[in-house]
Design a protein around this ligand. Structure first.
Ligand code: 5GP
Length: 136
């Protein structure tokens, strides 16, 4: 797996505004913020996408993510926020190291979502749910 800029940030070779660190997780301010307080939470494990992340790193992220969200809200005064996690180029992932964006929402500042729900076919949905459940 090729190394990304985030591994260098974790090692301190590239400066960042760190907000949290433990043995498995690192969090810092995003250099291109969608809003004030836009924070990235990343595993130290250099997995490219979430589906490749180990259970141990996933658990470590899951344990701390809500606490960092609360800290971002407290520090910025935001009452609303989005957590965004992109996987793959078509899904807007640019840095190929797993990362969770915490993006405070202040009026128009923050994450804009173009959400276009389609119709639901229950027969196809039942078959798909069966396939996914078998793969878990
Ligand atoms: P993605 O589109 O991959 O989900 O988001 C990558 C994020 O990493 C972007 O929001 C971008 O601003 C941020 N980013 C890229 N390079 C750096 C960097 O060197 N330092 C910091 N703090 N953030 C970075």
């Amino acid at each position: 797996m090729s190394e990304t800029i985030f591994s260098r940030i974790i090692r301190g070779e590239i400066p960042s505004h760190k907000v949290y660190e433990d043995d498995k997780v690192f969090a810092f301010l995003d250099i291109g913020p969608l809003s004030q307080g836009h924070t990235l939470v990343i595993p130290k494990e250099p997995a490219a996408t979430l589906d490749q992340l180990s259970d141990e790193s996933s658990a470590a992220i899951g344990r701390i993510l809500p606490r960092i969200c609360r800290a971002v809200m407290k520090a910025t005064g935001a009452a609303s926020f989005n957590v965004l996690q992109n996987n793959g180029k078509d899904a807007h992932q640019v840095v190929m190291h797993v990362h969770f964006h915490i993006i405070p929402k202040f009026g128009p500042r923050g994450l804009e979502i173009d959400w276009n729900p389609g119709p639901f076919d229950h027969a196809a949905g039942a078959e798909l749910a069966r396939k996914i459940a078998a793969a878990v």
